[in-house]
Design a binder for this molecule. Structure first.
Ligand code: SF4
Length: 356
């Protein structure tokens, strides 16, 4: 049975939910002739309902949960002066490389689950038991094949790439360009633009720093960690100061840069960094291998530009300002990085998940 058939089985047998990665907001229009850079998430929601899903959620919401958790985790590590720099762990390709090739760096990884896993874990606990939605099955629409690796944990039932979803829609005769706009479902379907820029180069670090600086430094970092001259591969850094903090951020993209960075860190370099965003793909998740026009720099840059424009126009730009994020913590999770949040939103053992 291929993954499209498995997704259809979820629709038949369970209370079927689906989540869409932030990178889908623009890219999915490309195979349907919708001009580059246009937003299609409203039409995408309608298409997913036509396929039979009962609830449609945003993985962007999981990115925001991750911002809440990771910014708190970073603060704790900075206070203790341990395991710094904190290396992001939302990219399973990078985490797999770390576990297999650089196991001595595992303690530096953030223990946060990926945004996809956070949405699935929360749906299967909060929505199943607190909201009584029954036996939930979750399909995730993701930018890459690596996300399928994460489904072995059983939180997400099926992960489809963008192009697998396009194939499924075509088989069902769905013409995305002709559909009316739909809206995502609460509570896991409303995100600030911090969750959306997560899919673009520098977006993970930028989203995390917006919340970190507002919660702990009495200000808000407003600079963008990407511009049109930014290279889509390699390592770059940004340093800023707030009150008592001088914060040094790194962003590493591409396999060559990952290897160079890891070897440098093991040799004692980069110890003055606080947070390093680690991404396997050029340009971040918008450059994933399961996307339309995979690997094409013009398309990757146009997607980043579109997501950044979305951010510039957004009213709410930080995860901790999202009222639904506040509600989920108030009603269910408790404190960020607290006992229940750690049980549901964090990994206990990376080797168990990625070691085989
Ligand atoms: S950076 Fe690439 S491999 Fe990593 S999660 Fe994003 S799309 Fe997947």
């Amino acid at each position: 049975m291929d993954d499209i058939e498995r997704a259809k089985q979820i629709i038949e047998e369970k209370f079927a939910c689906v989540q869409t990665a932030p990178s889908m907001k623009t890219a999915l229009g490309e195979p349907f002739g919708i001009p580059l850079g246009n937003f299609v998430h409203g039409r995408l929601v309608t298409a997913l309902r036509l396929l039979g899903f009962k609830r449609v959620f945003e993985t962007d919401f999981g990115a925001e949960l991750r911002v809440m958790e990771e910014s708190t985790e970073l603060k704790e590590r900075m206070d203790r002066g341990e395991n710094l720099p904190l290396l992001t762990s939302c990219c399973p390709s990078w985490v797999g490389i770390c576990v297999k090739k650089y196991p001595d760096l595992i303690p530096y990884l953030s223990t946060c689950k990926s945004p996809m896993e956070m949405v699935s874990s929360l749906a299967k606990s909060y929505l199943t038991y607190e909201k009584k939605l029954g036996d939930i099955g979750i399909v995730a629409i993701m930018p890459c094949y690596a996300k399928k690796m994460e489904t072995v944990r059983g939180e997400t039932d099926v992960s489809l790439t963008a192009m697998e979803l396009v194939k499924w829609m075509r088989e069902e005769g769905i013409q995305l360009e002709k559909l009316p706009f739909g809206v995502y479902d609460a509570p896991l379907g409303m995100a600030s633009s911090a969750g959306t820029i997560y899919a673009s180069s520098g977006g993970v670090a930028e989203a995390t720093m917006r919340t970190f600086t507002q919660r702990y430094c009495g200000g808000c970092v407003i600079e963008h960690f990407y511009n049109e001259k930014t290279k889509l591969e390699g390592m770059r850094e940004v340093v800023f100061r707030f009150a008592d903090y001088e914060i040094k951020i790194g962003m590493v993209e591409g396999i060559k840069a990952i290897d160079e960075f890891c070897q440098g860190l093991l040799a004692g370099k980069y110890k003055d960094f606080d947070l390093v965003e680690m991404m396997f793909c050029r340009g971040g998740c918008v450059g994933g291998n399961g996307m339309p026009n995979a690997g094409n720099e013009e398309y990757i840059r146009s997607r980043i530009k579109a997501l950044r424009k979305y951010d510039d126009c957004a009213v709410i730009k930080s995860a901790h300002e999202n009222p639904l994020i506040k509600e989920v913590y108030d009603q269910y999770l408790g404190q960020p990085f607290g006992k229940r949040a750690r049980e549901i939103l964090h990994h206990k053992d990376f080797k168990k998940i990625f070691g085989n």
